[in-house]
Design a binder for this molecule. Structure first.
Ligand SMILES: NC(=O)c1ccc[n+]([C@@H]2O[C@H](COP(=O)([O-])OP(=O)(O)OC[C@H]3O[C@@H](n4cnc5c(N)ncnc54)[C@H](OP(=O)(O)O)[C@@H]3O)[C@@H](O)[C@H]2O)c1
Length: 335
């Protein structure tokens, strides 16, 4: 264990686009743990869009940034955990986290045959989010069309593959030619277009979905949502997972085409993964099996060093990540 802990603090609430002035990298002594506390050496940390929302409210200035992480227990005063145990949970953007009484830590099982970083994405909350949006809310029938925005992203890349496993036609939008190639050639979607290069989003959506859209897995909001609304089939379902296009804006742009919800008798369901955590234990082995059998493929971008967390996070929000961006902040004991 080290005496000094490199940490990334949240120091300024952003207005509009978040930049590096919202963060400070500090070197501080490790806080001495209490008698029942657990000290975790962080190995992987996640950067996710929802953190931008927490920077607008829940996070307090001067405190360490917190996201989901995977780490190794190095000291424990709690009977449930012992040194060497691998855990995941909400951990600080820091090399070591002192977790009060080990609360909110869950076991990582390295015998599942997938990288332990997957607990932050395809085998963790983003994976379960995609599962709920497709298999609980969208429920595509064989031969129906499922449209997924941010199709090359952490959640979208899984959602489209789950739609295909259900027998549906999976179509996506993504923000570069490279991402479109990835969605088609690696993830196996049936079609995908580059929304940034599109001269007309309604025409791009129509071209990629000639039979209309039965299920929309919504990750972005804004003009893509408006184009999709106009092309939904009657009795279609929209799983509203996220609206990243608005996370760094100060004004709600509104939604044009809301009347399609009435005219086409659409079902629009917003959902939060925190309402579905009870599914986790039954779902995780199923997803692990899909991964080890090669029926779901997953792409991670691994960045090195906790001090790069702000740059990795801001870049992800701007669209420069492919798949899931994860930080390696310490040696992986399973590698
Ligand atoms: N409901 C829940 O419980 C839940 C849980 C997890 C995630 N979410 C939400 O699900 C969505 C996807 O999350 P994720 O973790 O998989 O992130 P992600 O899709 O990997 O997010 C980053 C991507 O968003 C895209 N993006 C950024 N600005 C955009 C814009 N203005 N228009 C269109 N696309 C834009 C960029 O891709 P391009 O290059 O394609 O633009 C970027 O690479 C987010 O909205 C997130 O908040 C919700």
């Amino acid at each position: 264990m080290t005496e000094t802990n490199v940490r990334v603090l949240f120091v300024k609430r952003p207005v509009g686009w978040v930049d590096e002035t919202s963060f400070a990298v500090v070197h501080e002594p490790l806080r001495p743990p209490g008698p029942a506390d657990v000290v975790v050496r962080n190995v992987y940390l996640s950067v996710d869009p929802y953190l931008r929302g927490r920077m607008a409210g829940a996070f307090r200035e001067g405190e360490v940034m917190v996201s989901r992480g995977v780490g190794e227990v190095v000291a424990s005063g709690h009977e449930r955990w012992k040194p060497g145990d691998l855990v995941w949970g909400f951990l600080g953007w820091e090399q070591y986290s002192v977790v009060a009484r080990g609360e909110g830590l869950y076991r990582v099982d390295p015998s599942l045959g997938v990288p332990i970083s997957y607990y932050l994405d395809v085998l963790g909350m983003p994976g379960l989010t995609a599962w709920v949006g497709i298999n609980v809310i969208g429920r595509p029938e064989p031969a129906e069309t499922v449209f997924v925005s941010s199709a090359a992203g952490a959640v979208g890349s899984i959602a489209g593959q789950l739609a295909r496993l259900a027998g549906a036609r999976a179509v996506g939008s993504a923000g570069s030619a490279e991402k479109v190639r990835h969605v088609l050639d690696v993830l196996g979607f049936d079609d995908c277009f580059d929304y940034k290069a599109s001269a007309s989003l309604p025409e791009s959506v129509m071209g990629a979905c000639p039979n209309g859209i039965d299920v929309y897995f919504e990750n972005v909001g804004g003009p893509i949502l408006e184009a999709v609304l106009g092309h939904m089939n009657p009795l279609g379902r929209i799983a509203v997972c996220g609206m990243i296009s608005g996370y760094n804006t100060t004004q709600d742009p509104g939604v044009k085409g809301f009347a399609h919800i009435l005219g086409k008798r659409l079902t629009v369901s917003g959902f939060s993964i925190y309402d579905h955590m009870w599914r986790f234990d039954a779902w995780q082995p199923k997803m692990a099996e899909l991964l080890t059998s090669g029926r779901i493929v997953y792409h991670e971008e691994i960045w090195e060093g906790v001090e790069r967390a702000p740059e990795a996070f801001i870049g992800m929000l701007r669209g420069d990540s492919l798949g899931k961006r994860v930080l390696r902040v310490g040696a992986d004991p399973t590698a």
